[in-house]
Design a protein around this ligand. Structure first.
Ligand code: SAM
Length: 239
């Protein structure tokens, strides 16, 4: 029968993200961590109607509801947040894990502009989403209702510690040859400073082993260096 089914819901993407992140590996774990990351949200018909975004340009930040489409469609009650070193388990609903029922994600992003020349395209900043991510809804952010500066944040009480990043002259040289060199430099620095190596490799304090992360159209190669007590990540090549 065609009675509305209140137990199952079908979601249809309203658009897709085109971002600086071709792979899910290396993407910072929350949107604000790499403000230099640019993205577009390209709407799909019938949602690409300029009427549907009328008034949105008055808001500086948006919530994106999206699907973790590159995560497996299975979940378990316990997950291992990378923030806890990848060994300690917490409940999936106490985490922002991508391995969750319904695979729904939620990111707060900055709205830079809206282009309605051909369909609808939003320009966004600070997205933590892989290119191609299906977006199912958008809502404007209301700071007076939603900002809670004194909130308690469990096992993730503050911004994760940053690792210092240096650039090998060869990498700097590559950047100067590109039109987007300045913004790519900032993006690489913000992404590598999160230490995108797998948790068990973060113990690797100094080595010539190259780790890679893909950003925009380049492969960024970096390796750990010992500087006194601390580890620095040196960007060796941009290919
Ligand atoms: N801010 C969102 C949230 O809290 O729902 C995402 C948090 S999740 C921990 C962030 C990670 O999701 C990124 O580091 C990236 O590796 C991964 N990711 C981004 N887009 C994805 C996608 N479409 N499918 C699967 N994983 C994705």
């Amino acid at each position: 029968d065609d009675a509305p089914n209140s137990e199952h819901f079908t979601l249809t993407p309203i658009g897709h993200v085109v971002s600086d992140y071709p792979d899910k590996f290396g993407i910072p774990r929350q949107p604000g961590l790499a403000p230099a990351a640019n993205a577009k949200l390209v709407f799909i018909a019938p949602y690409n109607d300029p009427l549907a975004v009328r008034g949105l340009e008055e808001f500086s930040h948006l919530w994106l509801s999206f699907i973790f489409h590159q995560s497996p469609d299975r979940w378990s009650p316990l997950v291992r947040p990378p923030r806890l070193g990848g060994n300690t388990k917490v409940g999936v609903f106490a985490s922002r894990s991508t391995h969750r029922p319904n695979r729904l994600g939620l990111s707060l992003v900055k709205l830079i502009g809206i282009d309605t020349q051909k369909g609808v395209v939003l320009q966004l900043q600070g997205c933590d989403l892989v290119s191609g991510t299906p977006v199912v809804d958008i809502k404007p952010y209301l700071p007076w209702a939603e900002s809670q500066p004194n909130a308690q944040a469990g096992f993730a009480p503050q911004t994760p510690p940053l690792v210092a990043v240096t650039f090998h002259p060869a990498a700097l040289d590559k950047l100067t040859q590109r039109k987007d060199g300045a913004t790519l430099h900032a993006l690489i620095e913000q992404v590598v400073s999160q230490d995108p190596r797998p948790a068990y490799k973060q113990k690797d304090k100094a080595s010539d082993r190259l780790y890679g992360v893909r950003l925009r159209d380049v492969d960024v190669k970096f390796c750990p260096r010992q500087t006194g007590e601390a580890t620095t990540l040196e960007v060796m090549a941009i290919e």
